[in-house]
Design a protein around this ligand. Structure first.
Ligand SMILES: Cc1cc2nc3c(=O)[nH]c(=O)nc-3n(C[C@H](O)[C@H](O)[C@H](O)COP(=O)(O)OP(=O)(O)OC[C@H]3O[C@@H](n4cnc5c(N)ncnc54)[C@H](O)[C@@H]3O)c2cc1C
Ligand SMILES: NC(=O)C1=CN([C@@H]2O[C@H](COP(=O)(O)OP(=O)(O)OC[C@H]3O[C@@H](n4cnc5c(N)ncnc54)[C@H](OP(=O)(O)O)[C@@H]3O)[C@@H](O)[C@H]2O)C=CC1
Length: 413
């Protein structure tokens, strides 16, 4: 078997892997950085804009690997799926960072009527199914479900604006309405033959669909196909044989505050990893593009620091959870414990809403602001971010905090 010794090896051409390789390439310009990826195209963050101390916006571009190699002449991209690659080459590394992402967690595996959306190929499959569909059932209540309900049109993980430029049109009948079933789960999925054996009266559910979902609230819906938008599972399997990685509860490779896995000299970043350090009170891991970039960058800094025997502080971006995105064409900013995650009943909520314009929710605990959801052009992100980072006691301000007649920015300057 051909063996090559490489100082720096990064696996995965998604945002975490590419950011990590780019950072190493800048820091060690005299070394070759090897980026190994299964897909022919890589993902790069472009037009990065710092919105505030912890919030950043950027576009994600799918690029040929040659573009990355042109920008960083010391990066070598190898299109192959393993550290022992398909063509039999064996890479021995000094330090390795695993950034192989995650895949959709489907409600059932192996059912041809149940689709997940992750990469360009799965989005295309979804698009072709949708073109012929009269009715689609979307299972889940997260990012993808929200984006799908927004438009009845509808390699590496897709990300912001993944549906732009895709003709995601269903048949006319489907375009007419969105029906939401709350507080229930899918009990079972029936193919049309199985459904027929139930002898359901025709007027209750017209027996004309290829697949049916039975919900825990007793309702039964027929549809052309089901989208399982129910989160992701980290892609750890290819790396487990022969290694003793510690695995987190959510199936990711556990990493410490230096992005180190439990195996010496192997780091991990992005969707594949589980943050196993004690987090700041205002940060939580979510498998997002933003965090993939931050972790990829920070992993490279940690690999470099360990190599040089230097100390490194936890990066500031892990102080406060901050995510900016768009839903229904509204700017959406999520800060800190925006959904009162982990706070139990020990919190208060304050709301301000102007229909069609803005929605502001803050989460307070012991008079301190610990989380916020800002929808629309509220212009409050920087002030709220500071209030959360400072943990200033705001009890005296009460509901004035959200009074639209008070210029809160001046107030706390
Ligand atoms: C439909 C959709 C919309 C999304 N929208 C948003 C959004 O608006 N905002 C946001 O912040 N996040 C969004 N996300 C989440 C975001 O895309 C992911 O969190 C992010 O892309 C994770 O980056 P990553 O680099 O860790 O993994 P990935 O982007 O999945 O990259 C993994 C890379 O590893 C390679 N790979 C996998 N296995 C191997 C192997 N065995 N050997 C070699 N290479 C391998 C893959 O080919 C790929 O290049 C969205 C996700 C989806 C699916
Ligand atoms: N604009 C953005 O920022 C976007 C981000 N993304 C990211 O892409 C990834 C994939 O998105 P998505 O699949 O929507 O994942 P998310 O993690 O966003 O949401 C998964 C949803 O599925 C629900 N769920 C989990 N298991 C089941 C089940 N068995 N039956 C019914 N519901 C279930 C969860 O409910 P519960 O909460 O109760 O557990 C949750 O509401 C995520 O990392 C997401 O953050 C995707 C699209 C847009």
């Amino acid at each position: 078997m051909a063996t090559e010794r490489v100082p720096w090896l990064v696996v995965g051409g998604g945002i975490a892997g590419v950011t990590c390789a780019e950072q190493l390439a800048v820091q060690f310009s005299e070394n070759d950085i090897y980026l190994l990826t299964a897909a022919p195209l890589i993902k790069a963050a472009t037009n990065v804009r710092q919105v505030s101390r912890t919030l950043e916006e950027f576009s994600v571009e799918e690029q040929a690997s040659s573009t990355l190699e042109r920008q960083h002449p010391n990066i070598r991209v190898i299109s192959s799926p393993e550290v022992i690659t398909e063509d039999g080459k064996h890479y021995i590394y000094d330090r390795l960072c695993l950034c192989a992402g995650a895949r959709p967690k489907l409600i059932v595996d192996g059912n041809p009527y149940v689709l997940g959306i992750r990469d360009t190929d799965s989005a295309k499959t979804f698009q072709s199914h949708l073109a012929k569909a009269r009715r689609v059932v979307v299972v889940g209540n997260g990012g993808i479900a929200l984006e799908l309900s927004e438009e009845s049109r509808l390699g590496s993980a897709l990300g912001p604006d993944w549906h732009e430029g895709m003709n995601l049109k269903a048949t006319q009948e489907f375009s007419r309405c969105i029906h939401i079933e709350m507080e229930c789960e899918v009990q079972r999925i029936l193919l049309s033959d199985e459904f027929k054996q139930l002898n359901v009266p025709a007027q209750a559910v017209p027996p004309e669909w290829p697949v049916y979902v039975e919900l825990t609230n007793g309702k039964l819906y027929g549809c052309d196909f089901i989208v399982s938008a129910t989160g992701v599972v980290p892609n750890v399997e290819p790396f487990l044989p022969g290694n003793s990685f510690e695995i987190g509860e959510d199936g990711g490779l556990k990493v410490d505050d230096h992005m180190r896995t439990s195996v010496p000299n192997i780091y991990a970043a992005g969707d594949i990893c589980t943050a196993a350090w004690t987090p700041s009170n205002l940060w939580q891991q979510m498998r997002l593009w933003t965090q993939a970039r931050q972790m990829g960058w920070y992993a490279a800094k940690c690999m470099a620091a360990d190599h040089l025997g230097e100390k490194i502080e936890m990066d500031f971006c892990f102080e406060l959870f901050a995510h900016v995105t768009k839903f229904f064409n509204y700017k959406v900013i999520l800060l800190g414990k925006y959904n009162a995650q982990g706070l139990g009943s020990d919190h208060e909520l304050m709301l301000r809403c102007t229909k069609g314009l803005e929605y502001v929710k803050v989460v307070m605990q012991n008079g301190r602001m610990v989380g916020a959801v800002l929808i629309g052009e509220t212009d409050l992100e920087e002030t709220f971010e500071n209030l959360m980072l400072n943990q200033m006691d705001l009890s005296a301000y009460g509901e004035d905090l959200l009074d639209p007649n008070i210029d809160i920015e001046d107030y706390f300057d």
